[in-house]
Write a protein that binds this ligand. Structure first.
Ligand code: GLA
Length: 388
């Protein structure tokens, strides 16, 4: 990657490379902005940002996959407005860093990403966190502050009212572990998944236009549900505070849509906790069932799935060695995540790819989900993989 950097910016010296991973969420979908629980793992697919001082007052950002160079005056970064372009991620991050009092030095940047775009594997958070590290260049920041800074960039500049999950896991990921995040306390614990199982993501290769607007709708619908439930339970602040026992007698107060949205969140939080318990007990069948229940709840109550995701999640269940399968991430396309017996992955890949092609004429990309370390400086950057 440094060789590439030198080709692009011939006078550059003192190149440093920072990495931040994408993620797959195992269970706990759309619960983060309701301050509930999520269980993602960081992946070995990541965004890498190489940086060196530019020495001429400019901030240049080159994206290798888009083959696109953008140039900005480093002194004017704080005044830039969103351009509805991929550069909004690093620029939004730069603005939030400036707000925290960090000066952004004029620099040349090269971005390489191995997290596939639009896959629901959080390429945006990977880009935000790796850009933030490249701008900070080793200046100290608490890991939680780093995650929050990047979330603010996405909310304030990119304009997506997202929760904290993606940025948090990109910072806090750990090898061999999933991470259970409590999105209210912002604490976490590492969950080692049982021996003998693997997780695989299958990419529908579609992204339906609804994704952005529906996300905002869901955030609003959940807020509506909280307002109405407050008439019964004045102490609640978010759906996180509502247990199934509280929800049931009050559900009739809610209009149908708000009721189903709330029911998903209330039951999904319980599923995350049950999944972690089942994982600790080595109860693979229970884990699989919870994944399937999560998918159905997202499909019918939360309505963020789509035909292709439903097809993949259902088709997976018919394949030998599969315990459970569900959509992962925001929805309306992107990937499913499937839990299966270690060793069953080869035939699974072949079968799922075959049936998906047969139905939609599209070759799905398939990724092994190996829990990986969170963001940091990359010391061994000559070997950074290329996007295939
Ligand atoms: C997107 C958001 C996350 C989270 C998921 C759904 O990835 O960025 O904050 O809400 O959707 O679980």
């Amino acid at each position: 990657m440094t060789a590439e950097f030198q080709r692009l910016y011939p006078s550059a010296e003192g190149v440093r490379v920072f990495r931040a991973p994408g993620r797959v969420n195992v269970i706990g979908e759309h619960t983060d902005y309701n301050l509930g629980f999520v269980l993602p793992m960081a992946l070995d697919m990541a965004a890498y940002v190489a940086t060196a001082p530019s020495g001429d007052g400019k901030l240049r950002i080159y994206s290798e996959d888009r083959k696109e160079m953008r140039e900005f005056d480093a002194a004017g970064l704080a005044e830039l407005a969103p351009a509805h372009h991929w550069t909004d991620y690093p620029i939004g991050v730069a603005q939030e860093a400036i707000r925290l009092g960090f000066a952004i030095e004029p620099a040349n940047l090269l971005i390489r990403a191995t997290v596939p775009d639009g896959s629901g594997l959080s390429s945006s958070a990977a880009l935000e966190v790796s850009s933030a590290l490249a701008f900070l260049k080793g200046r100290p920041i608490e890991p939680l502050e780093l995650a929050k800074l990047c979330q603010r960039a996405e909310r304030n500049f990119v304009g997506v009212p997202c929760g904290i999950m993606d940025q948090y896991i990109s910072v806090f990921g750990r090898e061999h572990s999933a991470v259970e995040i409590d999105c209210r306390s912002l604490g976490h614990r590492f969950v080692s998944l049982p021996e003998g199982v693997e997780f695989i993501a299958v990419n529908t290769m579609v992204k339906h236009a609804l994704a952005g607007s529906a996300y905002k709708d869901r955030v609003r619908e959940c807020a509506t549900a909280v307002e109405i439930l407050k008439t019964q339970y004045p102490g609640i602040e978010s759906l996180r505070d509502v247990t199934p026992e509280m929800f049931e007698p009050a559900a009739h107060l809610l209009p149908d849509v708000a009721m189903r949205r709330a029911r998903h969140i209330v039951t999904e939080d319980v599923r995350v906790n049950r999944f972690v318990e089942a994982s600790e007990a080595g109860d693979l069948a229970a884990m699989g069932r919870l994944l399937v229940e999560s998918h159905r709840s997202l499909q019918y109550d939360y309505e963020v799935s789509c035909e292709e995701l439903d097809f993949l999640a259902e088709a997976a269940l018919a394949i030998d060695g599969v315990y459970g399968s569900r959509m992962t991430g925001g929805g309306f396309g992107g990937c499913t995540v499937t839990m299966l017996r270690a060793g069953a992955a080869g035939p699974f890949r072949e079968r799922i790819s075959g049936v998906y092609q047969g139905r939609y004429g599209i070759v799905p990309r398939i990724y092994d989900c190996k829990p990986s370390a969170g963001a940091g400086e990359c010391k061994n950057f000559e070997t950074i993989p290329r996007l295939v």
